[in-house]
Structures are given as C-alpha cells and as structure tokens.
Design a protein. Structure first.
Ligand SMILES: [Zn+2]
Ligand SMILES: [Zn+2]
Ligand SMILES: [Zn+2]
Length: 445
C-alpha cells in the first residue's frame, strides 16, 4: 500500500482519515479529534471493504471462466450434427440419435445417493431409421458426471425404448462389424448443452462484488493522487513539531507539559546525528526451534499434503465436482503458504540502523521508518524470545530481533536505547505482549 506524507505535519503514513473538503489525508495524530484542523470538516474514515470485494470479484472471474469453458464445450457438443447409423465410417467421432434397444429394461442406472451417485451401464444397441449399432459403454462406466450422461426420464434411469443421443468414436470388430464407443449420452441431440447456470451464477457474483471493488480501487487511487496535488496548499500545516512521548499528541518543540495528558516532556539527551550506523543480517539457524519447525512445515511439508488431499478428493468425487470454493482452498493454500511463510522465515532479514533511516529488507519485502519520526520504542519479551519494535507517529512500524546473534541483539538494544534518548521518548523494555499492544495503541496505563 502506498506510503504518503500527512498533509498537516509531513510525517510518512498510510492513507487513512481524509478531509473531504481539502481532499487530503491526515496522519493518525493529526486526525485525533476526528475533524480537519484547517476547516473543521468531519474526517472520513478509511474504507477498506473494496479490497475484499475486489479480491472476491477477481476470484469469481476465475471461477466463471472455468465454468464458461465447461459450458462452451457442452455447447460445442450440442452443435455437432447427427449422422445416420448406416453411414458410419470407422475412426470418426460422430453424434448418433436413436432409440435404446436391449434385452433388459433398465439400461443406464443411477446408483448411490446424495452426492455419491455414479452411473452403471449395461451394453446396449442404438437403433435409428437407417439401422442399429452396438454401444461400448466402458469409457462412461462408473462416471459420476451429469455432463457425461444426462439424467434419464425414469427417475434419472434410462430404459429400453428411450430416445438417446450418443457422441462417440466409431470402431470395428475384426470381422468388420462396426460399434460405437460412447463418450457422452443425452436425451436429445441438443441435450449435451449444460444449463449455463454455473457460468451465470459465477459471472453475476463476479460482477456484484467486482464492480464496486474495482470502483473502490479507482477511488482510492484517485484520492491518493488528489492528496498529492492538494497537500502543498493545505492550510493547517505545522512544522518542527514532535509528538508527546506518552499520549502521542502533537506538540510544539520545547513544550514542557503535554496539555492533553499532562505528562512532562523529556528533552533529547543527545543529537540524533551522533548515532552510529549498524548493519545486521539474521540467520535461519538462530531462530527458535518452534519458528524453524513452523517455517519448514508451512513451506515444505503442508503444501504437498494439501495438494495430495485435494487430488484424492478430486479422484473420489470427480474433478468437476471438486472445483468448489471450499475445496479449492486446499490447492490455493498449498501455493500461498510457501509464498507467505518461505520468504518470511527462510530468507535472511537485513537490518540497517542509521541516524536518518531504519531499514529492513527481507526477500521481496522492504520496509523503512525515518528515525526522527519514531515516537514509540519498545522491546517485547516472551520467555527468551525478544523483539524490538520502532513505531512512528505516522503509525509505520518495523520489528526485528529473531535470528540475530545475542551480541548483535544487545548491540541493537543499545542503539535503540540511544535513539529513544536522542528523540526524548521513553524506551519501553521488557514489555509483555499485552502491555505492548496497549502501549502501541498509546493507551496510558
Ligand atoms: Zn500529521
Ligand atoms: Zn479540511
Ligand atoms: Zn500527552
């Protein structure tokens, strides 16, 4: 997501609260009172629903393309012309239309119940005005699909004397007698067409979610462009202010007591420029045992298992019926897990602590915060595991710690303690996770 600078105080932040009349975004600190400091307009809250709608819409575009390809194939099957049985040439694929001839009454039987149905066929003959031919049913025997065999007239079953249309390949016995290997069976020559309902359902869901989602995306892009154009002329600018170390209120430099929370303000103990630049790289072997196990499990163990489970289900119930959103989560997770967890844990994290910028790079992901914008400095401890967090008043944050050698971790602790001193903010060491959450959200305990 784009990083912008607050129209009022210039801190780097993400698009959030927005003044509709000034057409600019303000950072969390400048938006604290819920109104625009320049003109008193009530600020708009960030709208994020479009991200979800756009994602859903795109997923359903995929589903509808898939369903459409099925419908298109069935439409093409429906448009094949029929061939009279007397005119069949071996080796060709044809569509026949006639009547079932057999010695038994039930020729095609739908067995099983609910979602576990499958077709059981007895070999039969098909006759039309020009002659009759025997039908080899091995290719469709046991099929679970109504795309392959349409439901029959007799409580789904097919009886002798029923009209049937067959698409199949013409073959011949050694003695020259021809037969047809059935691939699709329908009630009428045009019965091979699917209803198209799946395509229509998926496409309309894609439209219902995707259109507002895309509109939200366009609006968000346009708002960022407007912000960039209007920020320079924003009439409520403040410069060289700092935030209260306790409550985050924006204060003029040199303010002794925060008017908002009454906390005395610390003065910087040293110049920020005097901080050295340190560089660290994490190593996988230095992660805790549980992190290493989790990383390897999500990257290398789970994906083949999830893929295997999906293929097994697809084999059991048929590929077409396994293509439903809930089941598709299996192969999707098998792709997403290693992409998310692999770089997150396996790639080394490169951390640069500098007096101007603090920066973390890992695989394709690069984050940085400006040292002078940091207003919360904390270390979270859980057992032997510790993580440093730096948060700016624009609510950008950066964390590091796991994977560093103990010596590097202590060197970085000294560095961020000196950063806190230079900024005049309190370094919160040894916070528990709950304490950290409350501190990060600036609730004074
Ligand atoms: Zn601001
Ligand atoms: Zn305004
Ligand atoms: Zn305060």
């Amino acid at each position: 997501m784009a990083i912008i600078t607050c129209a009022r105080c210039g801190v780097r932040t993400r698009p959030g609260r927005r003044c509709p009349s000034c057409s600019v975004f303000l950072c969390g600190t400048c938006a604290r009172k819920g109104v625009c400091p320049a003109d008193g307009q009530v600020l708009q809250k960030p709208k994020k629903l479009w991200v979800f709608l756009l994602g859903l819409g795109l997923a359903f575009v995929g589903f509808s393309l898939f369903a459409f390809s099925f419908d298109w194939q069935s439409y093409e099957r429906a448009s094949i012309p029929t061939t009279p049985i007397a005119a069949l040439a071996p080796g060709t694929t044809v569509k026949l239309n006639g009547t079932i001839e057999a010695a038994t009454m039930v020729v095609i039987d739908l067995q099983g119940s609910g979602d576990n149905h499958y077709w059981v066929l007895t070999p039969f003959r098909l006759g039309d005005a020009s002659g009759s031919i025997s039908v080899d049913v091995t290719d469709v025997q046991g099929s679970t699909s109504f795309w392959v065999i349409e439901r029959g007239r007799h409580n789904d079953d097919w009886w002798v004397g029923d009209a049937a249309s067959i698409i199949g390949r013409v073959a011949s016995f050694p003695n020259g007698t021809r037969y047809v290997v059935a691939n699709f069976i329908a009630r009428t020559p045009v019965g091979f067409a699917g209803s198209g309902l799946a395509s229509i359902f998926f496409a309309s869901t894609a439209a219902v979610a995707g259109i507002p989602g895309a509109a939200g995306f366009v609006r968000a892009r346009r708002n960022v462009a407007l912000h960039e154009r209007n920020s320079g002329a924003y009439r409520g600018k403040v410069e060289h202010w700092r935030s209260c170390g306790e409550c985050g209120e924006l204060l003029g430099l040199g303010t002794g007591i925060c008017p908002s929370c009454n906390a005395p303000q610390r003065q910087p103990s040293r110049a920020i420029e005097s901080l050295p630049t340190l560089r660290f790289v994490t190593a996988f072997r230095l992660l805790s045992r549980s992190e290493r196990v989790a990383a390897l499990t999500f990257t290398f163990v789970l994906p083949p298992i999830l893929t295997g489970v999906f293929l097994w289900i697809a084999y059991m119930i048929g590929l077409a019926r396994s293509l439903q959103p809930v089941l598709l989560l299996l192969p999707i997770s098998a792709i997403v897990f290693p992409l998310v967890f692999g770089p997150r844990f396996l790639a080394p994290q490169r951390i640069t602590l500098g007096p101007h910028e603090i920066d973390s790079g890992r695989a394709m992901r690069h984050e940085s915060v400006l040292a002078r914008e940091v207003d919360r400095v904390l270390t979270i401890r859980k057992g032997v595991r510790e993580v440093h967090f730096l948060i700016t008043r624009g609510d950008l944050s950066l964390g590091f710690g796991p994977g560093l050698t103990p010596a590097d971790f202590e060197a970085s602790r000294t560095w961020i303690r000196n950063l806190a001193g230079a900024l005049g903010v309190r370094y919160q060491e040894n916070l528990s996770f709950t304490e950290a959450i409350s501190f990060m959200s600036r609730r004074v305990s």
